[in-house]
Structures are given as structure tokens and as C-alpha cells.
Write a protein that binds this ligand. Structure first.
Ligand SMILES: *Cc1c(COP(=O)(O)O)cnc(C)c1O
Length: 400
């Protein structure tokens, strides 16, 4: 029997434009809907399901944790928090971690750290430099940092204290700093995700690091989407051989269990003191266990190397099949965070791909985004290409 999916749910707020299918279960990189139709997962719940679905080592670990303790409280010590923090410190080369529950929460904490850092240095109204096309979340503060009027329009007044510059333009950043004495931090994504898969150049990352050191600014890098192995390094900025002072994480860290974290280096790690920030759920034990096991399995299975290999293969195959087409502007990204920019809007592809048995998303209207689970096999990468290419060709042959 085919389950009928209502166009709009009568009891949910109408906050999402949804594809008319309902997902029921998953295994590896496959998902089945309530009618039993199979999909290849090219989206991972938006870069969340690092280890795919129903992972044979993650799930038993989570089941075991459920029987121990799901939630304690930050009134008390939590060895699992310490263990995951130690691991993140080891992987990042940074020094201390604050745990929360989502990407925007991690970014809120980063913004508070930057402001407090500035106030501690005598800036009554500290300012943070952010980027055009940035996406940092949908709370009032993170939406104000986000560079997309479509996200913030209707929710003013926005928060002050953000200065916007174009990405990958070190002169613009220098000018912003020269004009504004209260700048205390720079905040951007290593690869802009929602903005359309726009990577920061390696030299730009290195130049920003030098400028932040010269000026005493915090270098804050939002790795909520591009972090946790997605590009083939633990953190995408590591391709540039630099370390930020503040790094928000979330999405892929818990492989599907909600979690957020802010990793801080020595300059920022002691800024927040008892009573200045916190979260009831932050550091929840189930989430901590999910983070620890995700990283452990990634290490045991050599997933970083795997992502570099299979991601390279996927990108090369997309370039071969789509690169020469006149309607394809650019294929960007690294590892398993890839974007195919078309010369026309293509959000219609999300539904058409689902019909063809492939889950993907479109960002910035005209960029097809592929962020599959990091366990994607080489055969599954080929299957993504085989499913996607005819859809793109058909779309490009249609008039707008
Ligand atoms: C998704 C995302 C966020 C927001 O994360 P939520 O968990 O949805 O609040 C912030 N920054 C970046 C770069 C993201 O991709």
C-alpha cells in the first residue's frame, strides 16, 4: 500500500519546503521511504550522518550508553565530556572545548567569546568581521552574522557589531580593520556551505592567520559543515596548515545525534568563566558517546584517506561528465563536500533526484550540493554520477 504524504502537515509549523516523501529507515548509504522505495544518500541529512545509517559499531555503542546514562547535568563532572574534548583537542591542536547542541549554538558561543575577548581588551563595542554569502545559523545573533538577506529579512532589527567583507579578499579585510578600531575577530567558513560551496583559498587562510596575529584578532572558523573529516582532513582549515583561535563544530560530529562544540586555542580558551555561558543539554552523555564513537570508527577505518580518494574520484567523474556542458559553470569543493554550479536555478532537481532514487540538495539556488556519508564506496560514487548526470542534462535542455 502506498502511504499518502500530505502536502502540508496540519500540526507542524510550515517552516520547510519539503519533498513529498517520508523517510523510514536506512542502512549504510541507502535510505528507504515509508513505501519501501530505495534512495542513495547523497545528502547525509545535510552533512550530518558521517557514518551513514545503522552503522554496525556506532549503534551498539549508543544502545549501551542508553542503558548507562543519557543525560547528567553540568552541575557535575562528566568523564565522557572530558574524553571527547581531549580527542578534539588532539585532532585540532587547539586547547579547550565547550559543548552545546547544534551549529547555531556553537556559533552563538563563538560570538560571545569574541565579544568578551574584545570587552576584556577595552573595546566597549567590539566588532566581528564576517563574510558575504556566509551562513552561520538562524538565531538572532547568527542570522545577523549570516550574509543572506533572504534568511534575515522580516526579523529585524538585526544585531549590530558585524562588519561584512567579500570572501578571499585580504585587502578588503585589511581595510575593514584599518577603518574600524573595534574589530576584535574575523569569522568565516573554510568552505561556505549554504552560500554555494565556495572554498576559501589556502593563501587567504594563511594571510588571515598572519593578519589576526598582527592585530591581536581572534581567527574564528565555522567548521560546522566542512569539519569532521568531510574534506579529507579532520578540519578543512588544516589543508592550509594553520590553526584558528575558535572553531565551532556540529553537524557531522555525532553522526546523527544532535551535538555542537566550540574548540578554542590558547588565546580564546579562558575567555568564558563560570556563569558566563552554558546549556542544559550541552555535553549530554548520549551525544558525547556519539562523538567519541564516530571519531573512533573514523580512525579505525582510515576514513580521512578514504574521503580524499573517493571524493577525488567523484569530483573527477562529475568533471568528466558535466564539466564540458555549456550550462555547467563550475564544479567546486573538496573530499565529500562538492558543489556543481549551473548557469540557472535548479532547486527543482531536489524532487527530481528523489524520484530517481537519489537524495541531494541545492544551495544558493543554482548549486547542486553533494555531501554523502563519509563511508560512501567507490561504486556508490559512480552510482551518484549515473543518477545525477541525466537529470542535469534534461534540466539544461529545458527552457527556464
Ligand atoms: C548548518 C550550519 C550552521 C547551523 O547549524 P544548525 O545546527 O542548523 O544550527 C552553521 N554554520 C554552518 C557553516 C552550517 O553549515
Amino acid at each position: 500500500m502506498t502511504a499518502f504524504i500530505e502536502a502540508a502537515s496540519p500540526h507542524l509549523m510550515n517552516t520547510y519546503g519539503r519533498v513529498p516523501i517520508a523517510l523510514a529507515r536506512g542502512q549504510g548509504c541507502r535510505i528507504w521511504d515509508v513505501n519501501g522505495k530505495e534512495y542513495l544518500d547523497g545528502l547525509s541529512g545535510i552533512a550530518v550522518n558521517t557514518l551513514g545509517h545503522n552503522h554496525p559499531r556506532l549503534v551498539p555503542a549508543l544502545q549501551q550508553q542508553l542503558t548507562q546514562l543519557i543525560h547528567g547535568s553540568n552541575y557535575y563532572h562528566a568523564p565522557l565530556q572530558e574524553a571527547l574534548a581531549a580527542k578534539l583537542v588532539q585532532l585540532s591542536g587547539m586547547s579547550n572545548v565547550y559543548f552545546c547542541n547544534s551549529g547555531l549554538e556553537a556559533n552563538e558561543a563563538a560570538i560571545k567569546i569574541a565579544r568578551k575577548y574584545g570587552v576584556d581588551r577595552g573595546h566597549a563595542k567590539p566588532e566581528i568581521v564576517v563574510c558575504e554569502k556566509a551562513f552561520h545559523g538562524r538565531s538572532i545573533a547568527t542570522m545577523s552574522a549570516t550574509g543572506n538577506p533572504r534568511i534575515s529579512s522580516g526579523f529585524g532589527p538585526l544585531l549590530e557589531g558585524f562588519v561584512r567583507v567579500p570572501p578571499n579578499d585580504i585587502q578588503a579585510l585589511e581595510r575593514a580593520g584599518a577603518d574600524r578600531p573595534d574589530v576584535v575577530a574575523v569569522f568565516f567558513e573554510t568552505i561556505q556551505g549554504e552560500g554555494g560551496i565556495h572554498p576559501m583559498r589556502i593563501e587567504y587562510l594563511q594571510q588571515v592567520r598572519r593578519l589576526c596575529d598582527e592585530r591581536g584578532w581572534l581567527m574564528m572558523i565555522d567548521e560546522v559543515q566542512c569539519g569532521m573529516g568531510r574534506t579529507g582532513q579532520w578540519f578543512a582549515h588544516q589543508w592550509a596548515g594553520i590553526r584558528p583561535d575558535v572553531m565551532p563544530l556540529a553537524k557531522g560530529l555525532g553522526s546523527g545525534v544532535p551535538i555542537g562544540a566550540v574548540v578554542a586555542g590558547p588565546r580564546a580558551a579562558q575567555v568564558l568563566q563560570p556563569g558566563q555561558h552554558g546549556s542544559t543539554f550541552g555535553g549530554n552523555l548520549l551525544a558525547m558517546r556519539a562523538g567519541l564513537e564516530t571519531i573512533r570508527i573514523m580512525e579505525e577505518d582510515g576514513l580521512l584517506q578514504h574521503v580524499a580518494t573517493v571524493g577525488g574520484q567523484l569530483k573527477a567523474a562529475l568533471e568528466r561528465a558535466l564539466g564540458p556542458l555549456p550550462g555547467v559553470k563550475e564544479i567546486r569543493g573538496q573530499g565529500l563536500m562538492l558543489g556543481i554550479e549551473l548557469g540557472r536555478p535548479c532547486t527543482v532537481l531536489v524532487g527530481r533526484a528523489a524520484e530517481a532514487g537519489l537524495l541531494l540538495s541545492v544551495t544558493a539556488d543554482s548549486v547542486i550540493r553533494l555531501v554523502p556519508p563519509l563511508i560512501l564506496s567507490s561504486a556508490e560514487a559512480d552510482e551518484i554520477v549515473a543518477k545525477l548526470v541525466p537529470l542535469v542534462k534534461t534540466l539544461l535542455a529545458e527552457s527556464e
